[in-house]
Design a protein around this ligand. Structure first.
Ligand SMILES: [Zn+2]
Ligand SMILES: [Zn+2]
Length: 281
């Protein structure tokens, strides 16, 4: 499988000359299997450009959208995803069960509420809602997807995507802390990601920032590296970049994360996710 980052930013889009390298769009990752089956994780603002590319290909769009949770930065792009206005589009929405209802609320509810002029049931695409992952693995062609509850205000879900003997884990908006409830402790996430080829993890904050931001549902690059080492993953990509973080600061975070890996004598390839980057797993 391969994946492409369409949005790597957290909390709010951050366009501008300081965010060109790592990107300003919010959470959206496309995953395509060897057989060509398509998963999209999150509908942040990055999904708009993905939609344009899919429509330009001229082929009917068929995909499974996995929503991590219903915070704005993870659903904001859906109304601007061009395939939802085409009747030959087929979308199954799964992931965090609550997130689907949050997503639908963005649209006009015909009672004078919502945040967009079009109603959800006016969209021409065939959009289905399933709650498969909350109840066990989801099979999408040759891909198997498992979910885990993340440690985040109002809850949400992270995902493990497996294809034959390859495996990637996506955990954003996840606060790694030892006093979290059972099932959401660092060791639970390490167990979930054990031996995976790639871990993508939230690293919004610096260690010196986290004290004031405990309980906001995010982690530092140090905590993300520690999790990757504990899980024995081969590669780590830092994700959900703080909107205030410049490209220069992001490169500093990458350098510090690599120093940390070296200090541990570990063999872990670590980088920060860049918008537009394609990764083969
Ligand atoms: Zn977020
Ligand atoms: Zn969130």
């Amino acid at each position: 499988m391969y994946l492409k980052f369409w949005g790597t930013r957290g909390s709010i889009p951050a366009p501008g000359s300081d965010t060109v390298e790592f990107g300003g769009n919010t959470s959206c990752v496309e995953i395509v299997s060897e057989q060509g089956r398509r998963l999209v994780i999150d509908a942040g603002t990055g999904i708009r450009a993905l939609g344009d590319e899919l429509v330009q290909s001229g082929r009917p769009v068929r995909l499974t959208l996995l929503l991590t949770h219903t915070h704005w930065d993870h659903i904001l792009g859906m109304a601007f995803f061009r395939p939802v206005y085409l009747d030959n589009t087929d979308i199954t929405i799964d992931g965090c069960p609550k997130a689907f209802w949050g997503l639908a609320k963005v649209f006009d509810d015909r009672k004078g509420n919502g945040y967009f002029p079009v109603a959800f049931d006016e969209l021409k695409a065939n959009i289905r809602h399933s709650e498969r992952i909350a109840n066990g693995p989801l099979q999408v062609g040759d891909l198997t997807v498992e979910g885990i509850e993340i440690n985040h205000p109002q809850g949400g879900m992270g995902f493990k995507v497996m294809e034959h003997n390859r495996c990637m884990v996506f955990l954003t908006d996840n606060e790694l802390r030892s006093d979290a409830p059972v099932g959401r402790r660092p060791q639970d996430f390490a167990h979930f990601a054990r031996g995976c080829d790639l871990l993508i993890h939230d690293a919004q904050y610096l260690p010196e920032e986290i004290a004031d931001r405990r309980g906001w549902g995010h982690s530092t690059y140090v905590e993300a590296v520690e999790l990757a080492l504990q899980a024995g993953t081969r590669r780590l990509l830092l994700f959900h970049h703080d909107p205030a973080r410049t490209d220069h600061q992001m490169r500093e975070i990458e350098a510090k994360a690599r120093e940390l890996v070296k200090a541990n004598g570990a063999d872990l390839d670590v980088a920060a996710a860049r918008e537009g980057e394609v990764i083969y797993v």
